[in-house]
Design a protein around this ligand. Structure first.
Ligand SMILES: [Fe+2]
Length: 317
């Protein structure tokens, strides 16, 4: 697979993985560009996987190995990791969950394509610890260091498509502990980023917490509100920024369901979960799996791949 990359490279990521999760500071600007010249430009095929919830119980390292093999078969151009890559970083001290980063990174050994990471709520480390350790002064630091990011929101352009990775987590404290929000400084960055994108260029947003979902209408009823820690509460502020742009696709995680909503020329896909029901088997008919996305000009094709894992976590735990 010949992909020209700048700044985020396969070598860099695998170098990190090869270190078994040791932290690696690199230096990724918030906007990177790469292009694949030739007749296949404008057609792009990539994997979107989300909600790994890496851990070591219930044979789950074998599941990750199996997922990695299934991804490799796809020979995609690159991968996007949609967040919640490990389990319970938010409420844990760094030492307690380091082995989970190690097992997550091991999943990537042998997948020779770049990975673009998205922050999930579980990927914050020591945000509000419940294990007696001190809160981190920067719960995003470990995530940034592992992936060599300056910022947990950034963009890149590939084959004529503009990809925007959002950081959708606000540590709010209180009962919910966090909520889905795009804060003003990120909105400002987004405005600035979009000012350099032509009106007809197809744009893809990737966010851990969904911007749009019908899941709560399905489960709570048509007038039921979504919890503030399950959706981006200021989604209109974000979506309105794209009124004059060609937003073709929003990829989302967090809910562990597979769902497609199409509104106003934009497809919103919630991409299931590597761990399905937190390693207990299918969740709302969504198996352990990942998505393969094909973009062909303004068209979006989506396939959900079940990597054939039989859950071994007891239902009661
Ligand atoms: Fe999750």
């Amino acid at each position: 697979m010949n992909i020209i990359t700048t700044k985020i490279t396969r070598r860099r990521f695998l170098q990190t993985a090869g270190l078994g999760g040791a932290m690696l500071a690199a230096g990724l600007p918030t906007t990177v560009t790469w292009a694949r010249p030739g007749p296949s430009a404008k057609k792009l095929r990539f994997i979107f996987y989300t909600d790994v919830h890496a851990r070591t119980e219930w044979d789950t390292p074998r599941a990750l190995q199996r997922a990695s093999e299934a991804m490799n078969v796809q020979k995609a151009d690159f991968m996007i990791a949609g967040g919640d890559l490990i389990t319970d970083g938010f409420q844990s001290g760094a030492a307690k969950i380091k082995h989970r980063w190690d097992i997550y990174l091991k999943m990537h050994q042998g997948i020779p394509v770049p990975v673009y990471p998205v922050l999930g709520n579980h990927d914050l480390v020591a945000a509000i610890p419940e294990d007696g350790t001190n809160p981190s002064d920067d719960p995003r630091r470990i995530f940034r260091d592992i992936f060599g990011l300056h910022s947990t929101y950034y963009s890149f352009t590939a084959c004529g498509y503009h990809f925007i990775i959002l950081d959708s987590i606000l540590i709010s404290g209180g009962e919910l502990k966090y909520q889905g929000t795009i804060l003003p400084d990120q909105l400002e960055w987004l405005r600035e980023d979009l000012s350099g994108v032509s009106k007809d260029m197809p744009i893809i947003i990737i966010t851990h917490i969904p911007l749009v979902t019908a899941f709560y209408q399905l489960t709570y009823g048509t007038t039921g509100p979504a919890p503030k820690n399950r959706v981006i509460v200021n989604n209109r502020q974000v979506i309105n920024l794209f009124n004059e742009h060609n937003l073709i696709l929003v990829l989302q995680g967090h809910l562990h369901i597979k769902e497609r909503v199409m509104l106003n020329g934009t497809t919103f896909i919630t991409g299931g979960a590597i761990c399905a029901k937190w390693w207990r088997g299918p969740w709302y008919d969504t198996e352990e799996g990942f998505s393969v996305i094909t973009l062909d000009n303004n068209k979006v094709f989506w396939e959900y791949i079940d990597y054939d894992w039989i859950a071994r976590r007891p239902i009661s735990r």
